[in-house]
Design a protein around this ligand. Sequence first.
Ligand code: ATP
Length: 263
Amino acid sequence: MIEVQNLKKYYGDDEAIKAVDDVTFVCPDGQITGLLGPNGAGKTTTLRMITGLIKPRGGTVIVNGCDVTREPEKVRQMLGVQADATGVYPRLTPREQFKFYGRFYGLRGKQLDEHVQAVIDELQMQDIADRRAEGFSRGQRQKIVLGRALVHNPPNVIMDEPTNGLDVMAVRQTRETIHAMKARGRCVLFSTHYMDEAERLCDNIAIIVGGKIVAVGSPEQLMRQTGQTRLEDAFVSLAGREGLLRSEHAGQSRSLELNTAVA
Ligand code: ATP
């Protein structure tokens, strides 16, 4: 479980860029949580703070009871983070890459081999597991970076726009993988710009606009709240309404009404 509490990150000399501003949401185990928001809303900054890549200005991130800032080593063991697919080693096979990462997480011998095989099976990579990664398609490379993130069997998985730039088949495979992770009881948190994807996959959604959470709830709750039948329309309604409130009440706290409406 990932608990994000009053998280803040400001940029600029006078901290004028409020990239993430008092963000709070929870990602339960065995559920898929989607972080949605327009460009520049604060999604990547939020995910980077959760993974410990950047330090928050304020607030806390608790992963399975451990504080990301105070206990980074413990959190690292409980978190799988899907990195950019450009960082794949072309000379190594997927199995070799998973072993390399497994050792990094302290796995050795039989236990390491078992973990590596479990990832190969989970991601259905049996046919490519022992081929050098040179020339792998984008979808295949995506599986390698996801496999590297899963090799220590973390209960929580974080993905930043996992289907961005993938073809139809690779998108479908990635979505199936996300579903399978949920079925195994993992807590999955991902960001996406694809509303149909979020509607189909997510149990919970947090919508962030201008660094603030403007709505949280299941896709059904968000659609009901806005009187829409598609998540895309609900998103436009919530994100657009927030934009209007911001221009009308510049500088004031403004997401309370929306937050309480969904809670
Ligand atoms: P996108 O959907 O376009 O990827 P996002 O929701 O992931 O956007 P972030 O990348 O988190 O948004 O950026 C949030 C805000 O913080 C933006 O205004 C961005 O310009 C700003 N920002 C992010 N990182 C930095 C940085 N290192 N220095 C200055 N400003 C930054």
